[in-house]
Ligand binder design. Structure first.
Ligand code: PLP
Length: 403
């Protein structure tokens, strides 16, 4: 480490970057596996993975040379031309999802915007002039005007009205509420939700609910659109979290973990939605660029080669069991929930301070929905590393609850 780096201030400041995040006073430098180091040389165990993005951790020995090769070959050429890795990645996603066609973009909100446009055009193609889409309480779908309108969080929407219209909001896991909210409404075109809500506090949809909504969408000829941006790409131990219910959606936005750190988004569509977009209906300059496509192809290839779906299921179950054993029934602990390496610990009081305390103790995590400690580590995490997460986190929670 050179002198300039070691002399860096312990508390960085950002006078020129817009003040959009409540940042911790830590400046990151580099990572290896499930560990990262800040500019002062302090080491952290990474149970956040850049918010469920770094599927393969940091500096993966198989991913890095592939990306270096691609950077030297070509990063971008635009969609006036065929990009061979688009077809490769699309085929990989189609085979693993049971769906048929893919549109590529560069982020989660873009994938969700495309899904919302698909739903609206699906309606217009059927002669519905004012299509309406069912969305959920506590949902998070992104920060663009349309996706923040679909999001179920007044704080995210505050200051950005008028919101986009055409949404009907319902509570999670309540099929009667969904039926009641849509009864006799001929304008409904789609139901849109996350299989496990991420930002909303790690709230899983129940298996039976997922099956009931699939059946209702079939019966009513609505699109079932499942936002797998956070819970997808192997995090729960299956490629896509809804696969635990044995269902297949009509539209599935992906992003976050798909490129293991390279910005990428995708909308996967089944037969009902695969031909709604025609030339001129949608597009984005960076979408499907050779670098992002290579990252997606290599991420999936390496995940399979290294058995990371099984690893996510096994290590996730171990970690969740370990947390449950220590926390279950403790006053102040409401619930430990999630699947695979997507785990939420809900406390009875707001616990945002845990983020800084964990970082001080050498552990990166986040607190979402005010009182839910969220663990979404890289899928390469081992049992021993999961034990380390628990060993750092559990005493912090105990101390916090005793305050
Ligand atoms: C993060 C997230 C998004 C938004 O993705 P961005 O890449 O930040 O635009 C959308 N949906 C879900 C479920 C997410 O977790």
């Amino acid at each position: 480490m050179n002198a300039a780096v070691s002399a860096a201030p312990t508390v960085p400041s950002s006078p020129h970057v817009m003040n959009t995040y409540g940042r911790l006073p830590i400046a990151m430098s580099y990572g290896r596996g499930v560990r990262v180091w800040d500019v002062n040389g302090k080491e952290y165990l990474d149970a956040l993975a850049g918010i469920a993005v770094n599927t393969l951790g940091h500096g993966h020995p198989k991913l890095v040379p592939a990306l270096q090769d691609q950077v030297a070959k070509m990063m971008h050429c635009c969609n006036y031309y065929h990009v061979p890795d688009q077809e490769r990645l699309a085929q990989m996603l189609v085979e693993r999802s049971g769906m048929t066609n893919v549109f590529f973009c560069s982020s989660g909100l873009e994938a969700n915007e495309a899904a919302l446009k698909l739903a609206r055009k699906y309606g217009h193609d059927k002669g519905i002039e004012r299509p309406e889409i069912v969305v959920y309480e506590k949902a998070f779908h992104g920060r663009s005007i349309a996706t923040l309108s679909a999001t179920g969080n007044a704080r995210i929407q505050a200051g950005f009205g008028p919101l986009v219209e055409g949404f009907i909001r319902v509570p999670v896991n309540d099929i009667d509420a969904l039926k009641k909210a849509t009864a006799g409404n001929p304008n409904v075109v789609a139901v849109f939700f996350e299989t496990i809500q991420g930002e909303g506090g790690v709230n899983p949809m129940r298996v039976q609910y997922l099956r009931d909504v699939r059946a209702l969408c079939d019966e009513q000829d609505w699109l079932l659109m499942i936002d797998e941006v956070q819970c997808g790409m192997g995090r729960t131990g299956k490629w896509f979290a809804h696969q635990w219910a044995g269902i297949v959606p009509d539209v599935m936005p992906l992003a976050k973990g798909l490129g293991s750190g390279v910005p990428i988004g995708a909308v996967v569509a089944g037969p009902k939605a695969a031909t709604i977009f025609q030339p001129g209906n949608h597009g984005t300059t960076f979408g499907g660029n050779p670098l992002a496509m290579r990252a997606g192809v290599e991420t999936i290839r390496i995940m399979e080669e290294d058995g990371l779906l099984d690893n996510a299921a096994r290590v996730g179950l171990h970690l969740q069991t370990r947390l449950l054993t220590s926390l279950l029934g403790k006053p102040g602990v409401k619930e430990v929930r999630g699947q695979g390496l997507m785990i939420g610990i809900e406390l009875a009081k707001p616990c945002g301070v845990i983020t800084q305390r964990a970082a001080d103790a050498g552990l990166l995590l986040s607190v979402t929905a005010d009182s839910v400690i969220r663990l979404v580590p890289p899928l390469i995490m081992t049992i021993a590393e999961a034990d380390e997460v628990a060993a750092i986190l559990l005493p912090l929670i105990e101390a916090f609850l005793a305050e």
